[in-house]
Design a protein around this ligand. Sequence first.
Ligand SMILES: Cc1cc2nc3c(=O)[nH]c(=O)nc-3n(C[C@H](O)[C@H](O)[C@H](O)COP(=O)(O)OP(=O)(O)OC[C@H]3O[C@@H](n4cnc5c(N)ncnc54)[C@H](O)[C@@H]3O)c2cc1C
Length: 399
Amino acid sequence: MTNSKEKICILGGGFGGLYTALRLSQLPWAMETKPEIILIDQGDRCVFTPLLYEMVTGEMESWEIAPPFSELLKDTNINFYQDEITEIDLNHDQIKLRQNGNLDYTKLVIALGGISSDFQIKGVKENALYFRNLTDAEKLKNKLRLLEKSNPEKIRIAIIGGGYTGVELACKLAEQLGKKGRIRIIEKGDKILKNADSYNRKIAEKALRERGVWLDLETEIESRQEDQINLDYKGKIDPIPVDLLLWTVGSQVSPLIKDLPLSHHHSGQLLINNYLQVLENEQIFALGDSSFLEDTKDNSLKNIPPTAQVALQQADYCAWNIWATINQKPLLPFRYYNLGEMMTLGINNASLSGLGIQLDGLFAHLTRRLIYLYRFPTWQHQLNVGINWLIKPLKIQNL
Ligand SMILES: Cc1cc2nc3c(=O)[nH]c(=O)nc-3n(C[C@H](O)[C@H](O)[C@H](O)COP(=O)(O)OP(=O)(O)OC[C@H]3O[C@@H](n4cnc5c(N)ncnc54)[C@H](O)[C@@H]3O)c2cc1C
């Protein structure tokens, strides 16, 4: 039994951090071991990133995909701080916050996700929009509104990266802008969606074709000026006029993590063991995009991707293992169950594969929506959004 009250500090309120906090608050605590649970995030809302595209097209409202922490945590014993974490001081077991001073902890959970990287390409930082969080989605929405208002013949959009985000964004924007849109994906590999299931790739290629999206494969961006990008195709530089450049590739870890005196993977994430603890300190857990499982013999854990699906599954284990540590019970090694993948490929169109099922079109779109509804963090939010979908005239009814 511990004598003093445990203080669990969870850094980051995304898929890893928020769901760990919620699970921890639901576990059965005895009076004498009940810890203080603190969740810290710089934002006031949890962002459900897989549905960020729907906010840009207006299919969903921001309160649906980014509910405020105050609402999600109101019936729990979790203390939420909206603040920027400026330092993690492992020597003094302390977190430094920009507004609220220092916080001590006895257990630490690091779930700070990643940040976009521009690969130091000339003009990118100044002239491109990223697509990672709510602010990025709002910026994109405003920019599209301005471009549409200025009424050019064509709105020319270049999307860097033919991964999931690039392809999903291209399909949504192409459909939203219709004949006015001129959308191209610039991908340095020889195919799009190199990590995707082949069924989903095939459906995505068809969706892009049907929506008139151009694909520039084996092409890289060399530099960007205000209304032009210079593309490098096998050494030949080609200038292309653009109204909007969207950057969807590359991710790096938070600078807070980079310099921590802990073991790191070569791409910067914290190395963790099967119990999701960092290698040097059993009181510190890390999960989601800011962590990397140390080389393991468990095949289910080889090359697990940085996805919400992984972070959500890790959150259950992380909460349980913290509970087990405090209650002196055995810890559970993390097992990953790949449940498949889903992609939105336009308005009312999606593809989905996993657990032996393959779907596309409208039915896949509806199934994807229902799965995400089920994945929302609290039943109150599920109910509010579910009711909103029922009473709001869905776009599907206009088909
Ligand atoms: C557009 C988009 C679409 C995606 N679609 C899918 C999908 O369909 N399926 C899927 O499985 N995955 C998807 N992902 C990936 C998924 O979002 C991430 O893998 C997941 O969010 C990782 O969870 P996390 O908890 O590690 O980090 P995050 O969810 O990113 O949470 C990190 C949190 O830390 C906070 N934070 C960071 N630094 C600080 C600081 N200094 N101070 C205070 N707070 C801080 C951030 O505000 C953030 O809330 C998508 C990602 C994007 C960008």
